[in-house]
Structures are given as structure tokens and as C-alpha cells.
Design a protein around this ligand. Structure first.
Ligand SMILES: Cc1cc2nc3c(=O)[nH]c(=O)nc-3n(C[C@H](O)[C@H](O)[C@H](O)COP(=O)(O)OP(=O)(O)OC[C@H]3O[C@@H](n4cnc5c(N)ncnc54)[C@H](O)[C@@H]3O)c2cc1C
Length: 551
């Protein structure tokens, strides 16, 4: 991890999950065709120890793709024959890493889910390099028309605004003037936390069999056991910086305030050095992993039931979506299963029941709205008695508005934490030429769906009230919103403080689970790390077993 205090550091600090990749590329089902699709068993690599072990990976998101990719590598190195199949319920690879094309035009891809990773994310950075993908600085396409890049809005006023790049030095001066040494203290705290986290990647910690034990061994228990506020206060970080800068960051990244989110995830929000995104969409990293794994990829195929067989191994009941909504049911047998999706959302039944089923954990409901409009963010919307309209013009409204709670309002650990701003963030991702004039692509994060009335205020246009009371964004005249796309996510867990984490192995045999890591840290990288860890544990077991079989 290298973190240098550059003039742009606040920008990087806040260049959070609302950025878009730089230039065009095209994500389609066609591009996501599997490398090889087959329903037969095809051992990979030399069959030194006989018949190939069949491993099923359920889910082709960051965790599942990484599991398959690393399984293939570790097995090949150990000359263990493996036959890997990935089952993915949807029609594409990537899971919560998904890209859509604004205006349905492949020149304007925008991340709908996970949008940035950072230089310390070694698995993603290395994979992007291996697959020859271009990683661009996050937010590189932003129009930079306003005087301000990022503003922190508390519902009454902008408590902080950072100016555009060329004025980075002034940003720094302003920052230290307002917050004293808190930024430096936070940076030091973040660095020491990241150093502990990175121990998870290497021996002797890697691979770990229990996340709970590993967290304790690397010295991160105090960070996961306390709320963000407790952690910052015990490390001497001032309240003003916490409320205005750090909490704005936990809100845009995780939809949670410092009274709820644990200290470790709080530090993750501050580790933004080298924020980047893959040109054409971050999903391409996972697509590359799936292809490299040479696994059989079964898209549109949901696993409905896992039957634990008495004689060992597992039978999967599968449901494949065919054309015209028809579904076909099949079954298939495997030696090991990696369940790479939050169990509570998979709809999978396990029989006989597990001794301990993964706990259901509350996830944040997040609406992501992408929209294209000729209108800029309205100065009127951001004018209040404490921030009068006379002081505002279009250029004084930052292109990225993230939010915090007003000073003195503490919503504690309430999951309904958005407060007076009603939205988590609104970002201007890029400008797009439409019929000869510029329009803007916006991304909004909110706990409730966007509606026409709110958007008409945010972008200052008039809407006629519909007789049927329909206030949906789709009903807005195309002159005001030329394109929009909404997605409701179960985005990430509410990261309540905790000291124990879900087991990796669910039955002390061959049934593995990756999503327990999301209560620790929920990012593409950590899901990929968990996939890599599980892959190593599986191959280690097979190596041990093959050794004893030979003896
Ligand atoms: C809006 C948003 C913004 C985010 N921003 C960032 C960010 O900027 N940076 C970052 O690092 N992280 C970000 N995250 C978090 C990140 O996306 C997740 O932590 C990570 O992608 C989780 O990957 P996963 O593989 O564990 O799970 P998922 O991506 O959820 O993958 C699980 C897969 O399993 C499939 N599946 C489920 N059930 C079944 C079944 N029964 N049979 C077959 N398949 C099944 C699903 O279809 C899915 O494809 C963001 C998330 C969201 C929603």
C-alpha cells in the first residue's frame, strides 16, 4: 500500500463508488459467452491421481469467478485433476459488478453496482493486468464544468466543497484549516489498518480456515468490534472531520452512518488511494477469471437444492431458464460445492439441513438511478436559509454531491440513517452529446426509489401532476430526462460491529461458503480474496487426500 499525500488526496479520498469508467465499450450477453460450455466431465490437467474431482461453484460474481480461477491455478500447480462447473442464475458474469449502457449506447457504459477498486486491491489489479484490461482513474470522464468537484451536503448547506484539480493545493490548505490534524491522524490509522488486513494475503495467515480466528490473529478485532465513531474517538480523530468527511464517505460507500458501521469498514472507506475502474466495466475482470479457469459456465441456471449424499458428495437440483420463460429441471453430482452468494438470497434449500445454516444478516436496500438529462444540478435545490440562492449559481454546485447528517443530529445505529438529505449521493458521471447539445449522465444513490417530483427539484424542471398520481421517473417528458435506469439492490450488509464471522465450511466436508466475509468487509476484492482462500483450502485438502491415497 502506498499512500502519498498528494494535492488531490481529498479528491481521491472522496472519489467513491459513484464514478464511471472513462470510455466506451460494450457489455453484452454475446461477449459473455462462456469459454467452453459442456455438460460432460472434462478433467483439466494431468490425471496424476486418477479421476477428476468435480467442484461446483454457485454464483459467478467476484467470489465465484475468483474461486474458479484460483482453483484452476492451484490444482494445475499441484497436478490435481479438477473439473469445475460454475452455475449462475442470471444471464451474465459479474453479480453485483454490472455495467449498463447509458442511452443504450455502448459508447457510454456506466457501473450500476461496484464501480471502483483501489491500488491496494492486489487480486483485482493483477487480474486486470493479466487480462490486458485498461484500468482508468475513477471519475476520469467527469465534465469538470463546475468550480467544484465534490461537495458534502447536510440538507441545509454544503459543509465542505473541494475545488477542481488545478486548485488542489488550496483544497489541502482549506482542509487543514478546517480540520487541523484529523486528516493526518486518519491517514495514519487507515495505513496501519490496511497493513494488518494485508497479512491475510500471505503465509502464515493464508489460507485461513476460520475468518473469526484470522481477524483476531492479524489484530483487527478491535476495529470490527467497535462502531466507526468509537474507533475514531479512541484514536483521537476529531468529531468535525468524522461527521463531515468520514461519515460522508461511509454513507456514499455503504449507506450507513458512523454510529452503525464498524471501524474496519470505516477505514476501508478512507483507503481510496489509486481509485480506478476498468474501461468498459469492472465485470470484465471476472469474465476474464471465468474464461481463464476453463470452467464449464452454466448461465441462466439456478441451483435450487443441495442434497448432501450419505455416500459422500452432493447432488444439485438445477433449474435452467430457456427461451420464452420455459424452465428445465436437471440434477448433477459433485464432490465439492462452493456457495459464492449471500445464502439468504439464493433460494437454495439444503437437505438434510445443515448443523448450522449461515445466519440471515440484514442488507442495505439501495436504489441506484442512472439518468441522462440536459439540466445541470439546480442551485435552487441547494438553496436554504443557511445557503441562500443569491450565493449560488450552476458553477458553484459541485458535480459530485455526497451527504452527511447536520451537526448535532445523531441517528445512532439506526438503519434508517439517511436523514434530512433523503439521498446518499448524486454524481455527474460525464457529459454526452445528444442531438448536437450536451446532456449529463447522473448517478443517484437513495434508500427509496427516485420520483419525478424529487428529480424536477434537483434538476429544476417542471412536471405536470398526473391525474392517476403516478410520480414515476418513466413518466417525465423526454425533454427533461432522455433516458433512465433504476436498480434496487441488496447492496451490502449493515456492517454492525461484531467479533465472530460465518464459517467457511458449512458441513465439515465439501460444502464451502464465501459470503461470510461481507460482514467483515464487503468489496469486490474481499469477495475475490475469499474465493482464492477457499480454492486454496480445497486444493490443499485434495493434495493431502491424494498423498494418503497413494500411501
Ligand atoms: C451499488 C453498489 C455499489 C458498490 N460499490 C462497490 C465499489 O465501488 N467497490 C467495491 O469493491 N465493491 C462495491 N460494491 C460491493 C461489491 O459489489 C460486492 O461486495 C461484491 O461484488 C460481491 O461479490 P460476490 O461474488 O460475493 O456476490 P455477488 O456479486 O452478489 O455474486 C453472487 C452471484 O450468485 C448468483 N446466484 C445467486 N443465487 C444463485 C443460485 N441459487 N444459483 C446460481 N447462481 C446464483 C447471483 O446471480 C450473482 O451473480 C458495491 C455494491 C453495490 C450493490
Amino acid at each position: 500500500m502506498t499512500f502519498t499525500l498528494q494535492p488531490r488526496w481529498l479528491v481521491a479520498l472522496l472519489a467513491l463508488s459513484s464514478m464511471s469508467p472513462h470510455t466506451a465499450a460494450f457489455q453484452s450477453d454475446l461477449q459473455q459467452q462462456p469459454f467452453r460450455i459442456s455438460s460432460t466431465t472434462q478433467p483439466l490437467g494431468p490425471t496424476t491421481y486418477g479421476k477428476a474431482q468435480r467442484v461446483a461453484v454457485i454464483g459467478a460474481g467476484a467470489a465465484g469467478s475468483s474461486t474458479a480461477y484460483h482453483l484452476q491455478q492451484y490444482a494445475a500447480n499441484a497436478t490435481i485433476p479438477l473439473d469445475i462447473t460454475i452455475f449462475e442464475a442470471s444471464s451474465r458474469v459479474g453479480g453485483r459488478t454490472t455495467t449498463v449502457n447509458a442511452l443504450d449506447d455502448p459508447r457510454y457504459p456506466a457501473e450500476l453496482g461496484a464501480s471502483i477498486f483501489v491500488s491496494v486491491n492486489h487480486i483485482l489489479v493483477d487480474a486486470a493486468e493479466e487480462f490486458d484490461l485498461e484500468a482508468l482513474e475513477a471519475g476520469a470522464a467527469r465534465p469538470s464544468e463546475s468550480k467544484y468537484e465534490i461537495g458534502i451536503w447536510d440538507g441545509k448547506e454544503f459543509v465542505y466543497k473541494s475545488m477542481n484539480d488545478d486548485l488542489g493545493f488550496l483544497n489541502l490548505v482549506k482542509l487543514f484549516w478546517r480540520y487541523g490534524l484529523a486528516p493526518l491522524k486518519t491517514q495514519r490509522l487507515m495505513k496501519s489498518t490496511v497493513a494488518k488486513f494485508l497479512k491475510m494475503y500471505d503465509e502464515p495467515e493464508f489460507p485461513w480456515k476460520s475468518l473469526t480466528d484470522m481477524v483476531s490473529r492479524v489484530g483487527l478485532l478491535d476495529t470490527t468490534a467497535s462502531t466507526g465513531w468509537q474507533f475514531l474517538k479512541s484514536n483521537g480523530v476529531g468529531e468535525k472531520f468524522g461527521n463531515e468527511i468520514i461519515q460522508a464517505s461511509t454513507r456514499v460507500n455503504y449507506g450507513q452512518n458512523l454510529g452503525l458501521i464498524h471501524g474496519l469498514e470505516t477505514m476501508v472507506c478512507m483507503a481510496t488511494d489509486g481509485a480506478m475502474a476498468v474501461e468498459g466495466g469492472n465485470w470484465r475482470i471476472f469474465d476474464g477469471m471465468v474464461k481463464k479457469s476453463r470452467a464449464h459456465l452454466r448461465l441462466n441456471t439456478s441451483v435450487e437444492e443441495i442434497t448432501r449424499l450419505e455416500e459422500g458428495g452432493y447432488q444439485l437440483s438445477l433449474s435452467k431458464k430457456e427461451r420464452h420463460g420455459v424452465r428445465t429441471q436437471t440434477e448433477d453430482r459433485f464432490d465439492s460445492i462452493v456457495l459464492a452468494a449471500p445464502f439468504q438470497y439464493t433460494g437454495i434449500k439444503v437437505s438434510p439441513a445443515l448443523p448450522h445454516q449461515p445466519d440471515e444478516i440484514p442488507y442495505v436496500t439501495l436504489y441506484v438511478t442512472l439518468l441522462v438529462s440536459p439540466h445541470r444540478l439546480s442551485p435552487k435545490f441547494f438553496s436554504t436559509p443557511t445557503s441562500p440562492l443569491a450565493d449560488q449559481d450552476f458553477d458553484s454546485i459541485p458535480e459530485i454531491v455526497i451527504t452527511t447528517l447536520p451537526a448535532g443530529l445523531d441517528l445512532g445505529s439506526s438503519p434508517e440513517g439517511v436523514g434530512p438529505t433523503k439521498f446518499w449521493s448524486v454524481s455527474t458521471l460525464r457529459s454526452i452529446p445528444v442531438n448536437g447539445s450536451a446532456q449529463y449522465l447522473y448517478k443517484i444513490f437513495s434508500p427509496q426509489p427516485m420520483n419525478a417530483t424529487f428529480l424536477s427539484r434537483l434538476l429544476d424542471f417542471s412536471v405536470e401532476a398526473k391525474e392517476d398520481g403516478n410520480d414515476s421517473v418513466d413518466n417525465v417528458d423526454k425533454r427533461h430526462i432522455s433516458w433512465s435506469y433504476e436498480k434496487k439492490w441488496h447492496s451490502y450488509p449493515y456492517e454492525y460491529p461484531r467479533v465472530t464471522f460465518e464459517d467457511l465450511n458449512l458441513d465439515a466436508k465439501g460444502l464451502w461458503y464465501t459470503s461470510g466475509i461481507e460482514s467483515f468487509i464487503s468489496t469486490m476484492e474481499t469477495s475475490a480474496l475469499m474465493g482464492k482462500n477457499v480454492a486454496k483450502l480445497i486444493v490443499n485438502e485434495l493434495v493431502e487426500k491424494s498423498g494418503s491415497d497413494l500411501n
